[in-house]
Write a protein that binds this ligand. Structure first.
Ligand code: VG1
Ligand code: CO
Length: 543
């Protein structure tokens, strides 16, 4: 054993946000920075001796260096075994799957997810617990507390381990198993979806274009879509994970995945377009000349769930994050099952899924998933849509329009004001909070305010309370304006404004969302004094 004890001092600001710790690569490259956080994870977990962990990341810049450091630290801390994805590659859903299938104690995922990568981009690290899901707040709080008092970390002096050969070996007494990152995940997908039906649909000439944005979804999509389902080669584009994502911003939305949108607008467009993010837990579904809003995608998947073999006996419940549109609630009501509303961040779904209260979950930020793992899952969502298309014989747009006709349309948009001054953002939020009590009963955007609060969530399973999760202005007609500050950004603050209104009248369903929401948009800016406080008249990103 060549365990070394290295003296260190705390870094400020190692507090995990919505999904792990995210900082600029340069911050992570500081001496001891990553090591401190990793040791804090091990210390917060108590005794890691004898445990088995999963380890991998989205392949972004610094991924390979970090994998080597963490392997050596795991060995020095007495971890019995680490299952690491070949090349240090494991998607977030892939890691969740490995943890659950092999009954591991947990896993470390290296990703800043939808944030840009490369030497000047972002890096990130998150810990998942034994159910395969993101560490809940009590664990992330404990990790943060350890980062504030850390004085030393343990690391093996061993040489770098070969992570590019699928094999088992040892590193300073710890077993290292280098695994195929895709195999366990692909096997699970075959249990959930009707691969024969999808294969026949593809054999009949239907086409998909899956843009992996040069991120970690590529190997999964290639193996499953082109390999197992027989989609023609080239159906998956940008399928090789690159350290800088080939310059792509790996966030699957119409603003960043423009090339995909252009292909789906073209005369010879494929039947369905899809994209996933850096760590492949997000997804975007695109039909011909139509982008499916993530909130609608959740509702549509829920409404059609029984077409997929893994969900043929129906759903126990549907959960959505608070800012996600209420489209899924309408489906839950029609199905006679409970609807749950949680704070933003997948970690809040874990208890509902573990307790069997919810089967499918979703977030407006292009995240959908189910109880098959404990993370949102990009490739899963695409396969679900393919299964729906194959089972119904309908097109994406037809399915969406029929859904609106049956349940009504929830017009929805998110306006992001990125990189604003942190103090200005905090003032804006505290001013809004100060106004809440006086708002109820007043008129805004020609509507009556019915409820104005700061969302608090009482977890029905473990009784934990999470407060200050976003300011909600809810109108008598069900429309909503929601404000919250991002917990994943790395520059200044990002204000997210979420806008939603309901329209039952089918003759008005074709209205462009920005037009349908225009009065709410204006009201949202005036109420929060966005231009005055942030100096920004317009958002930087509209989805
Ligand atoms: C954002 C999204 C949230 C999502 C989170 C992680 O968080 O709003 O819905 O769960 O990113 O997604 P925030 O705090 O910036 O609004 V991922 O795919 O970047 O891990
Ligand atoms: Co992600």
């Amino acid at each position: 054993m060549s365990t070394q004890t290295i003296q260190t001092q705390p870094f400020t600001g190692q507090k995990p946000g919505t999904s792990g710790l995210r900082k600029k690569v340069g911050v992570f490259q500081q001496r001891h920075y990553l090591e401190n956080f990793v040791q804090a994870i091990f210390d917060a977990l108590g005794d890691v001796k004898g445990k088995t962990l999963a380890l991998g990341g989205d392949g972004r810049y610094h991924n390979r260096v970090a994998v080597q450091t963490i392997l050596k630290m795991a060995a020095a801390n007495g971890v019995a075994k680490v299952m690491v994805g070949k090349g240090g590659i494991l998607s977030t859903p892939g890691t969740s799957c490995v943890i659950r299938k092999h009954k591991l104690s947990g896993g470390i995922i290296l990703s800043a997810s939808h944030n840009p990568g490369g030497p000047d981009g972002d890096f990130g690290i998150k810990y998942n617990i034994d159910n395969g899901g993101p560490a809940p707040e009590k664990v992330t709080d404990a990790i943060f507390a350890k980062t504030e008092t850390i004085t030393r970390y343990l690391i093996s002096g061993a040489l770098d381990y070969d992570i590019d050969t699928i094999a088992s070996g040892t590193l300073d007494g710890m077993t290292v198993e280098v695994i195929d990152p895709v195999a366990d995940y692909a096997e699970l997908m075959q249990q959930l979806f009707d691969f024969n039906a999808i294969k026949t649909w593809l054999d009949n000439g239907h086409r998909i274009r899956y843009d992996a944005l040069s991120a970690v979804g590529g190997p999964y999509a290639i193996e499953i879509l082109e390999g197992l389902l027989g989609a023609p080669k080239g159906s998956v584009v940008n399928g090789i994970p690159l350290e800088d994502f080939g310059g792509h911003h790996p966030d699957p939305n119409p603003v960043y995945a423009t090339d995909l949108i252009e292909h789906l607008d073209a005369a010879d467009a494929p039947d369905i377009g899809a994209a996933s993010d850096g760590d492949a837990d997000r997804n975007m579904i695109v039909g011909r000349k139509l982008v499916v809003t993530p909130s609608d995608s959740l509702a549509i998947i829920a409404a059609h769930a029984t077409v997929a073999p893994g969900y043929k006996s129906g759903l126990a419940g549907i959960a959505r994050s608070m800012p996600t549109s209420q489209a899924a609630d309408v489906v839950a009501k029609a199905l006679g099952i409970p609807a749950y509303e949680t704070p933003t961040g997948w970690k809040f779904f874990g208890n509902l899924l573990d307790a069997g209260k919810a089967t499918v979950c979703g977030e407006e930020s292009y995240g959908t998933g189910s109880n098959h793992i404990r993370e949102k899952d990009g490739v899963w969502a695409v396969l679900f849509w393919l299964n729906i298309l194959a089972a119904t014989g309908k097109g994406v747009a037809e399915i969406v329009e029929e859904h609106w006709a049956k349940f009504g349309r929830h017009f929805y948009s998110r306006h992001d004001f990125e990189g604003i001054d942190t103090d200005a953002a905090n003032t804006l939020m505290s001013d809004l909070r100060g106004k809440l009590t006086t708002l109820v009963g007043t008129q805004l955007a020609n509507r009556t305010v019915q409820l104005a609060d700061d969302f608090a969530y009482l977890d029905p399973v473990d009784g934990s309370l999470s407060q200050k999760q976003g300011v909600r202005i809810i109108f008598a007609d069900g429309s909503r304006i929601i404000y919250r500050l991002s917990g994943t950004g790395t520059e200044g603050a990002t204000l997210r404004v979420y806008l939603e209104s309901y329209e039952a009248d089918v003759t008005r369903h074709a209205t462009p969302p920005q037009e349908a929401l225009a009065d709410l948009i204006t009201a949202s800016r005036e109420l929060a004094r966005i231009a005055e406080l942030t100096g920004r008249k317009e958002p930087t990103v509209v989805t």
